[in-house]
Design a protein around this ligand. Structure first.
Ligand code: BES
Ligand code: MN
Ligand code: MN
Length: 464
C-alpha cells in the first residue's frame, strides 16, 4: 500500500478540482439573500466528508446557518482531535475591484506564488484551509494510517460572530469531547519561514449614531447655527486617540497584559521587512502607537479603528445639506486579559460623555470576542512544531496574530482544551479584500503537513 504522502501526490489534481467547485458556491453568511447558498455549501461538504470516510455525517440546524459534523472514531485508546473550520465567507464587495468574479475561481501565477494561486472569495479564509483537512483525512483513511479519533465541526457563521456555535458546543458537548482542537484559519510568516500562531486578539465592535436636528436642513439657511452631526462625530472620533496614538478611553489599558522586555525582544527577532511591508501597501510611512514596533502593534497591543462612517449626501455632484444624522462602525482589537464586555462599557461611557448637548448619541454593541493565547509547552504544540519542521525543512517560529477567532477562547471554556492554530495562508493573501487568493504551494503544504501532526500527536500522547 502507498504511504499517505504518496497518496497525496497522486491525488493533487482532484483536490484542486474539488476546492474550485467549493469556491463557486457564494456562502456569504452576512447576507440573508445567500442563506440557500450557505446551506448548499454545507451539503456539498457533507458529501465530501462522507466520501472521505467519515461516519455520522450530519447537518445540524441552528437558529442561524447550519453546522456540519462528521467523525471517525477508532476507539478509546486513541487521542481525539476536533477539527474546526468555517465554510462561510465575507461579502465580496466592492465587486468592481476584483480582477475576475469572486465566485468564479481562477488560477494565476505571481511573483509571490510562482506555482500559482487560486483567486476567489474564501480561497484562503477559510474554505481552502478547511478543505486541506478533508483531503488530509481522506488520504489517511485511504492508506489506513489514521492514528487518532477525528471529529469535524464546520460552521457557517464565523464571519458574522459565531452567535450559535457556543450553544451548539454546549448542547453536543458529549459528541464533541476531544483532547485538542485543530484549525487552519491563520497564516505563516512566508512560504520559506514557517510559523505557528500562538495568540489571537479579541474584539469589541460597536455602531454609533449622532443625531442633531429632526431632519436634513439647508446648509445655508441653518448652517452655522445648528449642530452638524458629521462635524461632531468626526471631532468625537478624533478625541478617541492622542497624538501618540494611545487610546484615550479612561481605563482602556487597565487590564492589558504586560509583556516582559525579554518577550518583546524575542518576538521582534521574527523576520520582518518594513520596506517590503510598505511596498506591499504602497505607503510612504507607517503609523501606530508610539513606543512599539509594527510586529508588536499588530499582536500584543490593542487598537481602535473606524470601519465605516456615513451620513449626509454621498451621491454624485454637490448637495448643500446639513445632515440630521451621522453614523460610524468602530472596532477595537483586544489583547490578553482585556474583557470585550468591559471595554464596550468603557467605550460607551466615554463616547457618550464626549457629546455636546446639541446632539443625541447612541452606541449599539455588535458582536465581540475574547482574545486567546496558546501555550508552546503542550504535546499538541510540539506535534504541530514537528510536523511543520518535517514538511518545511526548518522549525516554525511561534508568533501571535492580530486577527480574531473568538471561538478559540470559547472552546477552552466549554471543552477545557487548547487549540492548535496550524494556518498555511499568507498575510498578503488579501483575505476580506478584493482578489483574495490562496497559493497552491500553501494548499498542498497544508495537506502534506496535517497527517504528520496526527502521527506525532498520537506518538507523543502514547509516550506521555
Ligand atoms: N480567519 C480570520 C481571522 C484571522 C485572519 C486570524 C488572519 C489570523 C490571521 C477570521 O475568519 C476572521 O476574519 N475573524 C474576524 C472576527 C470575526 C468575529 C468576524 C476578524 O478577525 O476580523
Ligand atoms: Mn477565517
Ligand atoms: Mn475571516
Amino acid at each position: 500500500m502507498n504511504t499517505v504522502q504518496e497518496n497525496i501526490t497522486q491525488n493533487k489534481d482532484r483536490y484542486l478540482e474539488e476546492l474550485l467547485e467549493l469556491l463557486k458556491i457564494p456562502s456569504i453568511s452576512a447576507d440573508s439573500a445567500y442563506a440557500g447558498d450557505v446551506r448548499k455549501t454545507a451539503e456539498y461538504l457533507s458529501e465530501k466528508l462522507s466520501a472521505a470516510g467519515a461516519d455520522n455525517v450530519k447537518i445540524y440546524e441552528t437558529p442561524g446557518h447550519p453546522v456540519l459534523y462528521g467523525e471517525k472514531i477508532l476507539g478509546d485508546k486513541f487521542p481525539t482531535v476536533l477539527v474546526y473550520g468555517h465554510y462561510d465567507v465575507q461579502p465580496p464587495d466592492p465587486l468592481e475591484l476584483w480582477d475576475a468574479p469572486p465566485f468564479e475561481p481562477i488560477i494565476k501565477k505571481t511573483d509571490r506564488h510562482p506555482l500559482g494561486a487560486i483567486y476567489a472569495r474564501g480561497a484562503c479564509d477559510d474554505k481552502g484551509q478547511m478543505y486541506m483537512h478533508f483531503k488530509a483525512f481522506e488520504a489517511m483513511m485511504q492508506t489506513d494510517s489514521l492514528p487518532c479519533n477525528v471529529k469535524f465541526m464546520l460552521e457557517g457563521e464565523e464571519e458574522i460572530g459565531s452567535a450559535n456555535l457556543e450553544g451548539f458546543c454546549k448542547k453536543y458537548a458529549d459528541m464533541l469531547a476531544c483532547d485538542v482542537v485543530l484549525l487552519s484559519d491563520t497564516s505563516v510568516i512566508a512560504n520559506d519561514i514557517p510559523s505557528i500562531t500562538t495568540g489571537l486578539r479579541g474584539l469589541s465592535y460597536l455602531e454609533v449614531e449622532v443625531v442633531g436636528a429632526n431632519k436634513d436642513l439647508h446648509s445655508g439657511v441653518y448652517g452655522g447655527a445648528v449642530a452638524n452631526p458629521l462635524n461632531i462625530l468626526s471631532k468625537m472620533i478624533a478625541t478617541l486617540k492622542d497624538e501618540d496614538n494611545h487610546i484615550a478611553i479612561p481605563g482602556f489599558y487597565d487590564d492589558v497584559e504586560t509583556v516582559t522586555d525579554a518577550e518583546r525582544t524575542e518576538m521582534n527577532k521574527a523576520p520582518f521587512s518594513l520596506d517590503d511591508y510598505k511596498k506591499f501597501l504602497e505607503i510612504e510611512e507607517i503609523e501606530g502607537e508610539m513606543g512599539y514596533t509594527t510586529l508588536e502593534r499588530t499582536s500584543i497591543r490593542p487598537t481602535l479603528d473606524v470601519n465605516g462612517m456615513w451620513g449626509g449626501y454621498i451621491g454624485e455632484g454637490a448637495k448643500t445639506v446639513l445632515p440630521s444624522k451621522a453614523q460610524a462602525k468602530i472596532s477595537m482589537r483586544l489583547v490578553p486579559n482585556q474583557d470585550p464586555e468591559k471595554i464596550t462599557k468603557l467605550f460607551t461611557e466615554y463616547f457618550t460623555s464626549l457629546a455636546p448637548p446639541s446632539v443625541k448619541v447612541t452606541v449599539k454593541p455588535h458582536h465581540g470576542g475574547y482574545p486567546a493565547v496558546t501555550p508552546t509547552d503542550t504535546l499538541e504544540y510540539k506535534a504541530a512544531h514537528m510536523a511543520m519542521e518535517k514538511t518545511y525543512g526548518k522549525p516554525p517560529i511561534p508568533q501571535r496574530s492580530g486577527g480574531s477567532i473568538p471561538i478559540v477562547s470559547m472552546f477552552e471554556e466549554v471543552f477545557g482544551v487548547k487549540s492548535v492554530l496550524l494556518g498555511f495562508g499568507l498575510a498578503t493573501d488579501d483575505i476580506h479584500s478584493p482578489n483574495e487568493h490562496f497559493g497552491l504551494f500553501n494548499f498542498y503544504k497544508g495537506i502534506e503537513t496535517i497527517p504528520y501532526f496526527y502521527q506525532y500527536y498520537a506518538e507523543l500522547k502514547q509516550s506521555s
